[in-house]
Design a protein around this ligand. Structure first.
Ligand code: AGP
Length: 603
């Protein structure tokens, strides 16, 4: 939801800033801009459109300098346009700012500033910030004090970076939006996310809410809301730059689908021992006081949560899953015996963070199941469990879903043992199957016929994804992935619900994609027949041993036969590939689907 970046070095910053914005483009791509302090003043270039447009425009400029800020935008206030693109300035060009988040009291601030003679040139909430800083400077404050005085006036969620003409410092702060410092040899960096500067440094400092940083080319001075110096640890991230690049793949999404065996190996590494799990974070008995589990999440992570709920419920644990924004609006009962698990790849999704806060207020123990070690969710929850999938750049989540569900299978083992006193049903076979997932995914990505099958899904009126048990959340996920990147209508249903309404929409123009787990096949087969009777072509995705489904369906996409509790993770890989190839044939913007952003840090 917008990416901000900054660099201050002993050399020139323009090229590294453009590169950082390219790495941050998954957070927004409506417009992009850079402000550089070039010795004579602040030079701003900003344009509606992708970072590539900005890159082309600035490639011919000779305005470079050691200090700059950059922004890639996902619009919230004001449509995409050159004027609404960041950086924004005050009345003159003495101050430039970039912002991620929402300033809730911007109307009131704008009116007051207008009354004092300030003129605005954009529709954005952000623009009040440089005007406020400008006013502070005009009143004789130092740049650092003017910055602090300006942010003291703001309400809402934000990460902001600002530069002031003639000052060799980047001023920045965060409140509810992520911000991380990168410590380099000859330059320091600041960004919404680590991949922005991972090619330059892997040494990072995660900022906390209300921290204010003054960044120079060799120092980072952090103070809290009261101006008192605070110390934040310098950490080394273990992501490779190669992980964050596209390599030979046409799209990040395809690369990330193919990375799933590696991601899953990382997820599972050292966490399965004999017939139990070895979660160093949660030894046996860790959840002794818990009686109820709630998952809160959005989008793909919500589907992973639904999978987790199914895993727990089948073994006797009281578990529910909640769409985070709904949970935040009307929280269900929770107390000190409740474990509320925020499933969030980024760890920065505002709806999920708010739901976790509501749970915390009610006394629940909170746990972040996330991919990002320094994320807000990881830092604010009582506990964190990392899915270790590596950086995911494509807006459509793929490898992180697989790693989330694999992590939930591990966590379910610990929770079921702690809450019921017994291991999960069939736990040895299930953990063996979990350990084999990486090689099974490899088989799918090597042998899949998804590209050919996806041609059956082009130009149709609707696409219905159905499944039962653990295949139900995967059907929901398959539909989300399909609609997200093809822009085609797609819905997921519990297979048994088809006959209670959605069947009215099923015709020869609505392919039905049925996901089977190998368990209770006959009922799914009936649902397939119900669809075929209405003329719908049916694509079945199920274990290769499900010969009955293979015979019934019009098209059969097999996955390696494995334990029915985890096989839907494999079926989901086929669904990812169908969505990818259909979107590719339609020439969609796969890595950056229209209107969407990777990390949704607004409510
Ligand atoms: C998935 O393809 C989407 N990009 C989206 O639904 C995403 O899963 C959701 O916004 C939640 O993000 P999070 O996992 O970072 O919290």
């Amino acid at each position: 939801m917008c990416g901000i970046t900054a660099r201050i070095g002993t050399d020139e910053s323009l090229e590294p800033l453009v590169s950082s914005l390219e790495n941050l483009e998954y957070r927004g791509y409506d417009s992009a801009g850079i402000a550089i302090q070039n010795g004579t003043g602040i030079e701003i270039n900003k344009f509606e459109g992708a970072v590539s447009k900005l890159a082309a425009e600035v490639s011919t400029t000779d305005h470079d300098g050691p200090l700059g800020i950059g922004h890639t935008r996902w619009s919230t206030h004001g449509p995409p346009s050159d004027d609404n693109a960041h950086p924004h300035t005050g009345c003159g060009d003495r101050v430039a700012t970039v912002h991620n988040g929402i300033i809730e009291n911007h109307d009131e601030l704008r009116t007051a500033l207008r009354d004092r003679g300030h003129e605005f040139s954009s529709d954005t909430d952000t623009e009040v910030v440089p005007h406020l800083i400008e006013e502070g400077l005009a009143n004789g404050r130092s740049p650092g004090d003017a910055f602090r005085a300006a942010i003291d006036r703001l309400e809402g969620s934000y990460a902001i970076a600002a530069i002031v003409e003639g000052e060799p410092t980047v001023y920045a702060t965060r409140n509810g939006s992520p911000l991380v410092i990168g410590i380099g040899e000859t330059a320091n960096y600041l960004a919404s996310d680590v991949p922005a500067f991972l090619q330059f440094t892997d040494r990072v400092v995660y900022l906390e809410d209300d921290d204010v940083v003054a960044l120079t080319d060799s120092t980072h001075r952090i103070t809290d809301a009261h101006g008192t110096a605070v110390s934040r640890p310098v950490e080394t991230v273990d992501w490779d730059q190669e992980d964050a690049e596209k390599g030979s793949y046409d799209h990040y999404m395809l690369k990330e689908i193919h990375e799933q065996p590696v991601a899953l190996r990382q997820t599972l590494h050292g966490r399965i021992g004999g017939d139990d799990v070895e979660l160093s974070e949660f030894p046996p008995g860790s959840f002794g006081e818990i009686s109820t589990v709630q998952f809160v999440a959005c989008g793909t992570s919500y589907h992973a949560g639904r999978y987790g709920e199914w895993l727990l419920s089948k073994d006797g644990v009281d578990a529910t899953t909640h769409i985070a924004s709904e949970y935040a609006g009307s929280p269900p009962p929770a107390d000190e015996h409740t474990l509320t698990i925020g499933v969030t790849q980024s760890g920065e999704t505002a709806d999920t963070l708010e739901a976790l806060e509501r749970a915390r207020e009610r006394g629940a123990r909170t746990l972040a199941l996330t991919n990002v070690v320094g994320s807000t969710a990881a830092r604010t929850c009582d506990d964190a469990l990392f899915i270790r999938a590596g950086p995911e750049i494509g807006v459509a989540a793929t490898k992180t879903f697989s790693s989330q569900v694999a992590t939930l299978v591990l966590l379910a083992e610990r929770l079921v043992r702690d809450l019921t006193g017994s291991p999960t049903d069939d736990h040895t076979a299930r953990l063996d199957a979990l350990a084999s997932l990486p090689e099974h995914v490899e088989t799918i990505t090597t042998e899949t016929r998804a590209a050919e099958v996806s041609r059956r899904c082009l130009g149709d009126n609707g696409h219905f994804f159905i499944g039962r048990e653990s295949a139900y959340p995967v059907a929901l996920e398959g539909a989300l992935k399909f609609k997200e990147i093809t822009y085609g209508h797609a819905e997921g249903f519990a297979a048994g619900e088809l006959k209670h309404g959605p069947l009215a929409l099923v015709t020869e123009d609505t392919p039905v994609i049925a996901v089977g787990t190998g368990r209770d096949q006959s009922r799914l087969q009936s649902n397939i027949s119900e669809s075929q009777t209405r003329g719908a072509p049916v694509i079945a995705i199920a274990p290769e041993t499900a010969t009955d489904l293979a015979e019934t369906a019009d098209v059969f996409l097999p996955v390696p036969a494995t334990h029915p509790d985890v096989v839907a993770i494999l079926a989901n890989v086929q669904l990812q590939l169908i969505a990818y190839h259909a979107a590719s044939a339609m020439e969609r913007s796969i890595d950056k689907p229209r209107n969407l952003a990777k990390s949704v840090t607004v409510e």
